[in-house]
Design a protein around this ligand. Structure first.
Ligand code: HEC
Length: 109
């Protein structure tokens, strides 16, 4: 019985580690894929952001204008305005997209 517990423990530990390693990290995903346009602070004041018209996501009104579902869809499938591509369809996993949107929500003032 004692032997079994000793064996099971490292296995559970390894599992916990793996889960952590694969869990989506919104901040990291955002930093790698979104800051170019939306900026580290979400204000969209980068060169690309200004050029494409990225909005200020510290603004509660801007945040309120986009639902989580809409945000997800726009990132996943891309966003266009007239003929101009604002965001290309993302190759991120669904989980990473949701995590990056959740992180973006933290910019709201
Ligand atoms: C090539 C520049 C670019 C990149 C990279 C980019 N975006 Fe955008 N994004 C825009 C522009 C431009 C808009 C339209 C104006 C706005 O809402 O800021 C937009 C809109 C959005 C919207 C609102 C969508 C809607 O339907 O109104 C969300 C949410 C968003 N981006 C999140 C992200 C996240 C999260 C990432 C990274 C995974 C990302 N964006 C990467 C340029 C970019």
């Amino acid at each position: 019985m004692k032997k079994l517990t000793l064996l099971a423990l490292p296995a559970a530990f390894a599992l916990a580690l793996t889960t952590t390693a694969f869990a989506a990290d919104g901040k990291a995903v955002y930093a790698d894929n979104c800051t170019k346009c939306h900026g580290e602070d979400g204000k969209g004041a980068t060169k690309m952001g200004v050029k494409l018209g990225a909005r200020d996501y510290t603004d509660a009104t801007v945040q309120a204008s986009v639902s989580d579902d809409k945000a997800f869809k726009s990132i996943k499938e891309g966003l266009k305005k007239d003929d101009k591509t604002l965001m290309k369809a993302s190759e991120l996993s669904d989980e990473d997209i949701k995590a990056s949107v959740a992180y973006m929500r933290t910019f709201k003032k």
